[in-house]
Write a protein that binds this ligand. Structure first.
Ligand code: NAP
Length: 301
């Protein structure tokens, strides 16, 4: 099984006794930002919203070479516009994209579907680098294992191909997404190199994905949580969240993002609204007590 790889606790100054210790984000440049801007489902608005997110202060961008849900070339256009305008440089950014199996794609494929999986990974990566106008991404994520319940031979092959891309300098770090604790255990038991990131939909009713988060925390894997608002509408309506929001002069959404960071998550937001972008970024300034973090963590499961 994997040992801890970046596990130095990094106490949150706003929280006296964190319920779960935060861990330091990987330090080598560019450091991993505290919040990622997600680019899914934006279609023809992708370029403008990516540029806007950078202008608003986001420095981490999440995308995928999966035209069905993402427009990666549009992300590249937004990046290029921001570079041209002097908003940001490539070296200040954390760019993350994904390899998606054929099953998760529509007809607009970034690889030859008849090629072997290792070739598909290489072709998808090459296409991502062209879309994003860069020679490397900071994180390359397997969008999801081949099945919902195992770590299959196909996953072994794809992960090895991703490691090869990383070793060739085209990715700095690797991750896996949409994965269960059982699959992570199977991945480790198969002798796979540990991911730096796990990116999952985070349901409060499952203890905010507690099993996977615990697995990650024990091994220094950074847990990236998405759908924090949309998967947890009941939490947003909870009186505790309302009380904290009122005290902090903040929105309920901001309380959820602040909570997510307090328990060591790297949250994603895909907002299309400039005010919400500013609020999501400003959520870092909210203060939660250790008791509030514990209560929020056990709110729904
Ligand atoms: N690995 C995967 O399979 C996977 C799957 C899904 C998503 N993702 C990634 O995660 C990113 C985020 O996706 P998501 O599922 O979390 O949903 P999302 O696209 O972030 O949607 C969040 C919803 O919350 C609203 N919102 C955001 N900030 C808000 C605020 N401060 N106040 C009020 N409402 C706010 C947004 O509305 P407004 O637009 O009006 O603000 C939107 O309706 C995606 O873009 C993608 O990069 C990955």
């Amino acid at each position: 099984m994997w040992a801890r790889i970046n596990s130095t606790p990094s106490p949150d100054p706003d929280i006296a006794r964190p319920a779960v210790a935060e861990w330091r984000m990987r330090a080598s440049p560019p450091a991993v930002p505290e919040l990622l801007y997600g680019t899914a489902w934006k279609e023809e608005r992708t370029a403008a919203l990516t540029e806007l997110a950078l202008r608003m202060g986001f420095r981490g961008i999440d995308t995928a070479n999966q035209r069905r849900h993402y427009f990666e070339a549009g992300v590249g256009e937004g990046l290029a516009a921001a570079y041209r305008a002097g908003v940001v440089t490539r070296t200040e950014l954390f760019l993350q994209t994904k390899f998606t199996y054929l099953d998760g794609q529509d007809h607009r494929l970034p690889y030859d579907p008849t090629a072997d999986l290792a070739t598909q990974v290489a072709q998808s990566m090459q296409s991502s680098l062209e879309h994003l106008g860069t020679d490397h991404v900071d994180s390359y994520v397997l969008h999801g294992p081949a099945t919902g319940s195992a770590w299959t031979d196909d996953d072994v092959c794809v992960w090895a191909a991703m490691v090869k891309e990383r070793d060739a300098g085209r990715a700095r770090l690797l991750g896996v997404s949409n994965i269960s604790r059982q699959q992570l255990e199977a991945m480790a038991a198969a002798g796979a190199e540990a991911p730096a990131f796990v990116q999952n939909r985070c349901f409060a009713r499952f203890g905010w994905d507690r099993e996977v988060r615990d697995f990650c925390a024990e091994r220094g894997i950074v847990y990236q949580g998405f759908s924090l608002l949309t998967a947890n509408r009941a939490v947003l309506g909870d009186p505790l969240v309302g009380r904290i929001a009122e005290r902090e002069g903040a929105t309920r959404a901001q309380v959820v993002f602040r909570f997510a960071r307090a328990v060591g998550m790297l949250p994603l937001t895909g907002t299309s609204d400039a005010d919400h972008m500013a609020q999501d970024l400003a959520s870092r300034d909210l203060t939660l007590s250790a008791d509030e973090v514990s209560e929020l963590e056990s709110l729904a499961g």
